[in-house]
Design a protein around this ligand. Structure first.
Ligand code: FES
Length: 101
């Protein structure tokens, strides 16, 4: 799958997230305690941009109605059948890339 460059690793410190838009799709890229995770960036509830929410530990909190998703699995905290698609991450030369379809 093609790689899309997102951001410099040092521009995404632990506890922060950013949005990546690739081919018209939105992704959220999170640094949870030094682990980089990428997931579909649109909340399955009503479509908020998750990158504009909050990152609490490994939980992404939606900015609109506070649904929470574990960035390691993509699962909603109360209903694991609701999940964000996980996107493979690559690190190279201090840059973060995601593998996109
Ligand atoms: S849009 Fe995300 S919780 Fe409602």
């Amino acid at each position: 799958m093609p790689l899309a460059k997102v951001v410099r690793l040092d521009a995404l410190p632990p506890g922060t997230m950013t949005e990546a838009r690739v081919n018209g799709q939105s992704y959220v890229v999170a640094n949870a305690g030094g682990e980089i995770h990428a997931l579909g960036g649109v909340c399955p509830h009503r479509g908020a941009s998750l990158a504009h929410g909050a990152l609490h530990g490994s939980s992404i909190v939606c900015p609109w109605h506070a649904w929470e998703f574990d960035c390691r699995s993509g699962e909603h905290d109360f209903d694991p059948s609701i999940r964000l698609a996980r996107v493979p991450v690559r690190l190279a030369d201090g840059d973060i890339y995601i593998e996109v379809p």
